[in-house]
Design a protein around this ligand. Structure first.
Ligand code: TGC
Ligand code: FAD
Length: 393
C-alpha cells in the first residue's frame, strides 16, 4: 500500500495536527489512492459517479463528519477539513458528494429539524443508506436565491409544493431532497425548508446532460408539480434565507479545504512530470521557467493550507465568522484553479489527456469556482464586511 503524498509540507503543517487528525487524514488518503483513483478515469469518461461507494464513505465517517449524535461521528472541524482535502485530491465530484450529503442535506435536519426527523433520517444518512440533496438554486435564481419562486401552500396537514430547482448535485440519485420554498408572500423571510421524499407524487428529476465539468458527479433538475409534502416534513427550526445560508457556511468551509487537495493533485502531477520529461537533453524541471511555475504552485498551496487550518481552529473554538469562510473559499478555489491551469501547461500536450488528472481537476474547478456562491459573490461578501456597504444590487 503506497504511503500518502505529503510532499507539499514545506512548513511542517503536519506538526500542527494532532495524532487523531493525522490518522483520519491518512486513512482517507489511502482509501482515495486504493479505491477511488483506480476507477475515477472511467467514471469521468462515462459521466457517472460511483454511488455504490456511499456505504464505504459512511463507514469511514465521511458523511456528516462533524455532526454530533444520531449515528454521526462528531469529529472536529479540522478533521472534517483534512478529510475533504483528501477526497478532492481524488476528484471534486467525490468531495461534492460528501459535502452535499453532510453539510447540505444532513446539517439542515440536524440544525433545524425536530427529534423525530433527526432520528428517522440522520443515522441512515450517516451510514450512506439514504442519500440526500439540497435544492436552493432555480433556473432563474442562482446568486440571488432570495428571489426564488418555488412556493409551498399549506393545505390541512400538508404543504403543496410547486416549482423547479436546477443544478442540484445528487438530485436524481437521492432518497430525499432538502427543498427551500416560500410559504406566503414573495419576501425572502418566507423561505422555509422541506424534506421531500423520493416517490412523492408530482416530484420528478432529470439529469443535466453535456457537462464538461464535474462529469463524475450527478447534477440534476428537480420538478415539483403540486407535490403534497406532509407538514411533518417541514424543518420547523428556521425561516428566511439564513436557513440555506447557514448550511452553505458548512459546505463552503469544506470546499475551502477540498480545493487544496485538487491543487496538490495538480502540483504533484506537474512536479513528477517535469522530472521525467526530457527536452533539449535535460529534464524540463531543470529549466528556470518550469521551476518558477513549481515554486509558485507550492507557495500558493502552503498559504492555502495555513489559511484553512487557522479557519478550522477558529471553527472548532466556535469563533469563526461566515465572512472568513467566504474569504477561504474564494482564495483557495482560485488558487487551485490557477495551479491546475499552470500544471496543464507544464504537461504540454499530455496536459489535455486523461492519463493525467490535471485537465479533469481543471474543468471540475470551473464548477467549484461557481457553485456555493460564485467567486464574485464572495468578493462582494468580503467587500460588504470591510466597507459596511452591500454592493449586490
Ligand atoms: P442577506 O440580507 O445578506 O441575508 C439574509 C439573511 O441571511 C443571513 N445570512 C446568513 N446566515 C447564515 N450564514 C451566512 N453566511 C449568512 N449570510 C447572510 C442574514 O443575517 C439575514 O438574516 P435575517 O435574520 O436578517 O433574515 O441576503 P441577500 O439576499 O443580500 O443575499 C446575500 C448573498 C448574495 C450573499 C446570498 O444570497 C448568497 O450567498 N448567494 C449565493 C448563493 C449560493 O451560494 N448558492 C449556493 C447553492 S447550493 C450549491 O451551490 C451547492 S454545490 C454542492 C456541491 O456539489 O458541492
Ligand atoms: P448567476 O447568478 O446567473 O451568475 C452569473 C454571473 O453573474 C456570475 O459570474 C456571477 O458572479 C455574476 N453575478 C451575479 N450576481 C452578481 C452581482 N450582484 N454582482 C456581480 N456579479 C454578479 N445549487 C443548489 O442549490 N444545489 C446544488 O446541489 C448545486 N450543485 C451544483 C453543481 C454544479 C456542477 C453547478 C455548476 C452548480 C450547482 N449549484 C447548486 C448551483 C450553483 O450554486 C449556482 O450555479 C451558483 O450559485 C451561481 O448561480 P448561476 O449559475 O445562476 O449564476
Amino acid at each position: 500500500m503506497a504511503e500518502p503524498f505529503h510532499g507539499t509540507d514545506l512548513y511542517n503543517i503536519d506538526g500542527l495536527l494532532s495524532d487523531d487528525e493525522r490518522l483520519v487524514r491518512d486513512n482517507v488518503a489511502r482509501w482515495v489512492d486504493d479505491r477511488f483513483l483506480p476507477v475515477i478515469r472511467d467514471h469521468h469518461r462515462n459521466g457517472t459517479f460511483p454511488t455504490e461507494m456511499s456505504k464505504e464513505l459512511g463507514e469511514m465517517g465521511l458523511l456528516g463528519t462533524s455532526l454530533k449524535g444520531y449515528g454521526c461521528p462528531g469529529l472536529s472541524a479540522v478533521t472534517y477539513g483534512l478529510a475533504m482535502e483528501e477526497l478532492e485530491r481524488g476528484d471534486s465530484g467525490l468531495r461534492s458528494f460528501c459535502s452535499v450529503q453532510g453539510s447540505l442535506a444532513m446539517y439542515p435536519i440536524w440544525a433545524y429539524g425536530n427529534e423525530r426527523q433527526k432520528e428517522r433520517f440522520l443515522p441512515k444518512m450517516a451510514s450512506g443508506e439514504l442519500i440526500g440533496c439540497f435544492g436552493l438554486t432555480e433556473p432563474d435564481y442562482g446568486s440571488d436565491p432570495g428571489g426564488m419562486i418555488t412556493k409551498a401552500v399549506k393545505d390541512g396537514d400538508h404543504y403543496v409544493l410547486s416549482g423547479e430547482k436546477l443544478w442540484i448535485t445528487n438530485g436524481s440519485v437521492s432518497d430525499l431532497a432538502i427543498v427551500w420554498a416560500k410559504v406566503g408572500g414573495n419576501e425572502a423571510a418566507n423561505i422555509r425548508g422541506f424534506i421531500v421524499e423520493k416517490g412523492s407524487k408530482g416530484f420528478s428529476t432529470y439529469d443535466v446532460e453535456g457537462k464538461f465539468s464535474l462529469r463524475a458527479s450527478v447534477t440534476s433538475g428537480l420538478v415539483f408539480d403540486e407535490v403534497r409534502v406532509p407538514a411533518a416534513n417541514l424543518l420547523e427550526g428556521v425561516s428566511g434565507l439564513k436557513g440555506p445560508l447557514g448550511c452553505l457556511n458548512q459546505a463552503r468551509y469544506g470546499i475551502a479545504w477540498g480545493a487544496v487537495g485538487a491543487g496538490i493533485a495538480c502540483y504533484k502531477a506537474a512536479l513528477d512530470y517535469s522530472k521525467e520529461r526530457i527536452q533539449f537533453g535535460k529534464p524540463i524541471a531543470s529549466f528556470q521557467l518550469v521551476q518558477d511555475k513549481l515554486a509558485e504552485m507550492i507557495s500558493r498551496i502552503v498559504q492555502a493550507q495555513l489559511l484553512v487550518l487557522q479557519l478550522g481552529r477558529l471553527k472548532d473554538a466556535g469563533k469563526h465568522k461566515p465572512v472568513q469562510v467566504s474569504l477561504a473559499k474564494r482564495n483557495n478555489v482560485r488558487m487551485a484553479l490557477e495551479i491546475a491551469r499552470t500544471a496543464r501547461e507544464v504537461l504540454g500536450a499530455n496536459g489535455i489527456a486523461d492519463e493525467y488528472p490535471v485537465f479533469r481537476h481543471m474543468t471540475n474547478l470551473e464548477s467549484v469556482y461557481t457553485y456555493e456562491g460564485t467567486h464574485d459573490i464572495h468578493t462582494l461578501i468580503i467587500g460588504r464586511e470591510v466597507t459596511g456597504i452591500a454592493a449586490f444590487e
